[in-house]
Design a protein around this ligand. Structure first.
Ligand code: HEC
Ligand code: HEC
Length: 348
């Protein structure tokens, strides 16, 4: 008896003290690692911080990075076609963020609009917006099939969907949030976001140069004011089409611009439409317009960073997806970059 208790204690001890760092370290960052897709400016270095681990009793907020609070300047700002005004901090309030355009969406369930403050669960609308359009650093949830949303919430909870990059903390936050929802709340949020259609929102520009960017704590890239453009190289730089509106006001009607290497769209189109002998035509499962088919999610017009991050996570095995694994097996990082550029540009 004593021995078995000792064994259990040891096992629990080993779980807490080894499992998270082991997962984080088990993936080797190769030279082709797409840091840009994770909202990161450079490769993993020894001094980099790993996303805070998420012990079962943590509040979701503790699984993320706590950013330096931005002093509120108290200025009420507004956006086109609305009479509402919010200060920066009101727009960002985690348990009731700005709802600039209440007529753009049905009435939000409480957990979408306010989250659950007592449990540290932030409102879904904070990251994915009331209309579900979302951003490059989180995801695009409007128009996804209801059962797909429910399945993904379970995958986050079961650890079947994690970030391949140990620095990406907000994926952990998402997992903790999912695990704090009751069954009724899961169904409510899935019905809510699936009831709206997704509006493609990325302008893709083939270019040799791109604006210099800085990354926010969560991975939103913002252009550096007055800095000259720099060579793009073999990566995608994605920024909001109106950085001030997206960053200060969290404008849910905002879109993104993706600067992609020259030739990406043609190469991406070829891979997506024919498979090029390396992969399976995406339209077979995602629908000919790539807007989704049955239980399979739409992918067209999502941010290039989001698409690349999913393909890379699936390739690294941290996002489990039996149907997508054969799709990515023979694709290189470059192939995935071209595919992400092309899919983000749809419908053209
Ligand atoms: C703190 C920010 C944050 C909040 C709040 C948040 N999410 Fe997320 N969510 C994320 C991130 C980050 C991802 C994407 C992770 C990745 O890149 O794989 C995500 C992904 C998702 C996905 C997967 C989308 C897809 O296309 O597969 C769903 C569904 C989702 N969230 C639903 C919700 C719901 C419902 C709520 C509210 C109960 C919520 N999220 C609250 C950050 C958040
Ligand atoms: C055999 C069917 C199949 C094919 C072919 C396929 N997919 Fe998928 N894809 C899926 C399924 C199913 C999912 C949902 C994840 C899951 O449930 O496993 C998915 C998910 C995705 C996601 C994540 C979506 C999200 O909202 O997070 C992306 C991105 C994606 N696929 C891109 C592609 C691309 C690009 C191609 C073509 C190169 C492709 N898929 C081909 C079945 C397929």
């Amino acid at each position: 008896m004593k021995r078995s208790i000792h064994f259990i204690t040891l096992t629990i001890f080993a779980y807490f003290y080894t499992s998270v760092p082991l997962i984080a370290q088990s993936i080797e960052h190769t030279d082709d690692w797409p840091n840009w897709a994770y909202g990161l400016l450079g490769p993993l270095t020894e001094g980099d911080r790993t996303a805070p681990p998420c012990p079962p009793d943590a509040r979701p907020i503790e699984c993320g990075y706590v950013g330096t609070p931005v002093p509120d300047d108290g200025i009420k700002r507004t956006l086109p076609d609305t009479n509402l005004t919010f200060t920066r901090n009101e727009a960002y309030f985690g348990y009731g963020p700005a709802d600039w355009y209440p007529n753009d969406h049905p009435v939000m369930p409480d957990v979408v609009a306010y989250g659950k403050e007592s449990e540290g669960v932030q409102a879904c609308a904070l990251c994915h917006y009331p209309n579900g359009q979302g951003k490059m650093e989180n995801g695009h949830v409007s128009g996804l099939p209801k059962d797909y949303i429910l399945q993904q919430l379970e995958s986050f909870i079961d650890g079947k969907r994690k970030s391949a990059d140990s620095r990406k903390a907000n994926t952990n936050v998402m997992a903790r949030i999912a695990s704090r929802l009751s069954n009724e709340e899961k169904i409510e949020v899935a019905e809510y976001y699936s009831s709206m259609s997704y509006q493609p929102m990325v302008q893709v520009i083939e270019s040799e140069t791109a604006p210099q960017v800085r990354a926010t704590t969560n991975g939103l890239m913002l252009p550096i004011d007055n800095a000259p453009e720099i060579p793009l190289g073999q990566r995608i730089i994605e920024i909001p089409d109106d950085p001030e509106k997206t960053e200060m006001m969290r404008d849910p009607r905002g879109g993104f611009i993706a600067y992609v290497p020259i030739g990406s769209l043609e190469k991406g189109q070829d891979l997506v439409r024919t498979g090029s002998g390396k992969t399976i035509q995406c339209g077979i499962c995602h629908g000919q317009d790539h807007m989704g088919l049955g239980l399979i999610p739409g992918i067209a017009g999502r941010t290039a960073s989001y698409i690349m991050r999913q393909l890379w996570d699936i390739k690294q095995g941290t996002r489990e997806s039996p149907l997508m694994e054969p799709v990515v097996t023979n694709l290189t990082a470059d192939d995935m970059l071209y595919i992400s550029a092309y899919i983000a540009s749809l419908p053209q």
